[in-house]
Design a protein around this ligand. Sequence first.
Ligand SMILES: Nc1ncnc2c1ncn2[C@@H]1O[C@H](COP(=O)(O)OP(=O)(O)OP(=O)(O)O)[C@@H](O)[C@H]1O
Length: 239
Amino acid sequence: MIEVQDVTVRFGGVVALNAISARFTTPVAGIIGPNGAGKTTLMNVVSGFVSRSGGRVLMDGTDLLALAPHRRSKAGLRRSFQKEQIADDLTVFENVLVQIDSIGGTWSAKRDEVRRMLAVVGLERQADTPGARLSGFERRLTDVARCLVGAPKLIMFDEPAGGLSVAETERLGELILSIHGLTGTQTLVIDHDVELIARICAETLVLDFGRRIAFGPTAEVLADPKVKAAYLGTAEVEA
Ligand SMILES: Nc1ncnc2c1ncn2[C@@H]1O[C@H](COP(=O)(O)OP(=O)(O)OP(=O)(O)O)[C@@H](O)[C@H]1O
């Protein structure tokens, strides 16, 4: 379970997050909001790229922000970025292996785990393909496999469906939905595709101008007049 408590972030005069609290309890939870709402900033606080001026984040009771960023990874925190972090000159297998390189365990156990997670995302046959030769979707799937190795407790996906086709988005959604059953990992998903969020996230936090405007079961949240107003003019909240 991930619990955000009163998290505030300021960039000079901009309050990017204003005392945000949310207790995410479902296997897959969403974070949505218009451009500049503070969604990525929240993920950046949790993963350590941005310092907060107040607040705490607990992962299964562990005070994450008290840990150095590399220790958060050891504690089981993973994230993907809007642009995949795939090295062009490493193979798919190597790209995933580097994620658990520094974690304890035998070499053969690590290799087995990488193979297992490549099978989960459907890339076992591309294991030896260099990053440079992957399609956009294969890069995204490699990124998901990187997040899956090393017994993650929480994976945060930042706009995982960005740039994907409808069919690819559907496949990715199914994959994200399957993660909890396979590894027990909770996932947080930011995406502008509200249809995807409605399909895979049981609960959703909505941010607007750094404020929490709604949080709860996704269907209820999407029906909230405040949320509709924040998205005024966009059809997606009808999902
Ligand atoms: N490093 C930074 N320095 C200064 N301001 C920043 C920085 N990062 C984000 N901001 C500002 O903080 C606010 C929230 O930005 P953030 O990227 O978190 O929004 P977002 O909801 O993820 O938007 P998008 O959907 O466009 O990715 C915006 O006003 C943005 O300009």
